[in-house]
Design a binder for this molecule. Structure first.
Ligand SMILES: C[S@@+](CC[C@H](N)C(=O)[O-])C[C@H]1O[C@@H](n2cnc3c(N)ncnc32)[C@H](O)[C@@H]1O
Length: 246
């Protein structure tokens, strides 16, 4: 136990008779990575007279990046059936969720998001169910229950072991014939310009995952690749990969 946790425990014993306790403001689980402040980002978007989607696209990628990604996902998925149950990991501002909901009108749109300050905004989207996000699993979602499970700009910065755990969970919750989609930085994304940009801007945030390892790992879990599409990421690009479950 850390000194801070011990001090908090001691303080809480003193406060208990008053029905009050101290809690940590931020998780110290390395799986749970910080995101933009909701308050500051929403204020900046309002000041710039932009929707939150346009504001984040311009700030962190290029204008139109969100809609282009969602269009690529549906093009590669080539799904003819309506997606009734959808799950998203790390929805953040909800920019992808809003687009997917408008396109598919799902009965249920489950979200696992660890950043508490974005939850009120996510909760306001139609048919959203905020699931308990432990930072590692999709534990509230039954096996083989969703038509689409997806994540965007999440596996570019989570520790590898957390990403692998989520990939296994995505393979578990998707129904046979359903779609798994997410983007990563892999060896096909990393060209000279991108590595130069990252080195000069000291972009220590991002991590790479091997494409061939990923395809092999997911193939063992019944997921076959339908296709990939490069999408912009600040100072570079990621590859959106779309799979179907056998
Ligand atoms: C870089 S942001 C991307 C947000 C959104 N998908 C987008 O592209 O605008 C990563 C998101 O994942 C969330 N997140 C971080 N760690 C997580 C974890 N272990 N499990 C689930 N979500 C996590 C963050 O709070 C944030 O909303």
């Amino acid at each position: 136990m850390s000194a801070l946790a011990a001090a908090r425990g001691g303080m809480n014993r003193v406060l208990r008779p008053f029905g009050v306790q101290m809690v940590r403001g931020r998780s110290d689980d390395p799986a749970i990575q910080p995101f933009l402040s909701a308050r500051r980002t929403l204020t900046a978007a309002r000041r710039a007279d932009l929707s939150i989607e346009d504001y984040i696209d311009r700030r962190s990628a290029v204008p139109g990046a969100t809609v282009e990604t969602v269009n690529a996902l549906f093009r590669l998925a080539d799904s003819r059936e309506k997606m009734q149950r959808i799950c998203e990991i790390g929805a953040g501002s909800g920019r992808y969720a809003a687009r997917v909901i408008v396109s598919e009108h799902p009965d249920t749109y489950e979200i696992y998001e660890t950043a508490g300050d974005w939850l009120p905004r996510l909760r306001s989207l139609p048919n959203v169910v905020l699931q308990p996000a432990d930072g590692h699993t999709l534990s509230a979602t039954p096996t083989g229950s969703v038509d689409l499970v997806h994540a965007h700009k999440v596996f570019v910065y989570l520790p590898l072991v957390v990403t692998i755990g989520y990939l296994d969970e995505m393979a578990r919750v998707v129904r046979p014939g359903g779609i798994v989609a997410f983007d990563v930085v892999n060896e096909d994304c990393l060209d000279d310009e991108m590595t130069r940009n990252w080195v000069s801007s000291r972009a220590t945030l991002y991590c790479m995952i091997s494409r061939s390892w990923l395809l092999g790992h997911l193939a063992q879990r019944g997921l076959s690749l339908l296709g990939g599409h490069f999408v912009p990421l600040s100072g570079g690009r990621t590859e959106l990969l779309v799979f179907r479950k056998a």
